[in-house]
Every structure is written in C-alpha cells, then in structure tokens.
Design a protein around this ligand. Sequence first.
Ligand code: HPA
Length: 275
Amino acid sequence: MGPLTMFEQVEAAASAVRGRCGELPRTAIVLGSGLGDFADTLLDAVSTPYGDLPHWPASTVVGHAGRLVVGTVHGRRVAALAGRAHFYEGHDLSTVVFATRVMARLGVRELILTNAAGGINTSFAQGALMLIDDHINLLGSNPLVGPNDERFGARFPDMSEVYSRRLRGIANQVAAARGITLDHGVYAALHGPSYETPAEIRYLRAIGADAVGMSTVPEAIAARHMDVEVLGISCITNMAAGVLPQPLVHDEVMETARRVRGSFIALLEGIISAL
Ligand code: HPA
C-alpha cells in the first residue's frame, strides 16, 4: 500500500473526531494567538489534544495550546480549534489547512477564523477587533498548489467573496447590539516569522491592507475551495512596525489578546447564537 493521499488522511482524522466527539459540529472556530480561552466556555465539551488525532499537525508556537474542543454554545454544536499550524513553522500550506479540511468533511458549514494582527490603518487602536472584509495573499504560495482533488473542490475556486457578506452582517449586528466596537478592513498575510519592517508596512498600506498577520488566509482559501462559509476576525494586538516609535514583541501580542478576552468571547458567543 502506498502512502495515504491527503484526502485519505483528512478522512482518517475526521472519523477519529466522529468517533469521540458526540454530536457533530456545524460551525468551527479557529482561535488565534492568546484567544484560546473561548474553548473553555463550551458546554458538554469533548477536548482532544491534536496529538491524539491521526495526521494532525502539531502546533509549536507559545500561546497555541493545540487542542480540538467540540461542545455546545447556545444550543449549537461547535468545534473550537485552540492552536493552528502556521506556514512559518515550516509546514506546507496543504498541512496548514489540514484542520480546515477535516472540519469541512465533518459537515461544518461555517468557519470563523480569528487571529492576532498588527494594525496598519492608523485609525485602529491597539486592542481593536477588526472584521475581515477581504484579504491579500502575500504568502508566496497557495494551499491549493499541486494536483487538485475534486473531492475537496474545483481547480479554480472563485475568491470574489471569501468573507461571507451574510456572516459579516450578523457580526456587525451582534457587535452593535452588545456595544462592542467592530472595525473592518483588509487583512494581508505574510510568511513571517519575522515581523515586518516599517518600509514593508508602508508598502502594505499603499496596496490597501489595514492589518497584517501570518495566518488565516490559507484556511480561508481551503474553506472556500470546500464551499464552507467564512468569517474572519482580527484582534489588533499591536500597531504595525513603524507606526509607533517602539519595537514589536510577541509578549505584547499575547498581552493585548488576553486584555480583549471578554469582548472577544462575547462577540463570538453572540455570532454563534445568531447563526
Ligand atoms: N505583524 C505580523 N503578524 C502579527 C503582528 C504584526 O504586527 N501582530 C500580531 N501578529
């Protein structure tokens, strides 16, 4: 027997999840750096370390616990993914989107992608939450590179509305009803892991980016490939390089994410209850 195809690996992980997580999730949420606490708010939860799921990539970053929690929020079954694989860890993008593919094969219809990001738009404050309207892929690659497996989706998927207008509408309504300020803008994804230079940030601003980070775009592309609806939320954990006269440090990213924990969790809960 030859090596398993990506499709077979995804199916193996999906059946492992089916075997242990009770009622299957309809919505999945990827929790970004420092935003993992939401996973602890789920009821009737089954928590599985990524290492216990076949073929699942391990997460090596501080602040990414690396567990799948399937549980209930306002009567709705959801999967919370605390920890994700990043391109900068050395994974192929096909590995980076493994979890996304498993979620889609489990029958998830909406994927909420969250991340920590640097603020390029100077009207943003540190700690702001930004709804992702659209993205710019500057990773230098794409998770769909290579032979296309039609069981996942079409060769040339449309990207004209990656971030669902319907889900953005719901997020805006929930934020307004709960008094949570929600900015919106374009997210640019870079390979990392070094942060950007001030010149790179000026370049990103010139091409229309409002926030910058090192994740989310691969998962969004793979989700659209599999016809899953996507919502993206960035926590602006810091102003991007050169905006303020100070260096960027990962600790600041984690600290800001923890500070907005309350409104972030309230926003997610509200969105899930409105789905
Ligand atoms: N740049 C890139 N990625 C990030 C940043 C940043 O300023 N902050 C959090 N993730």
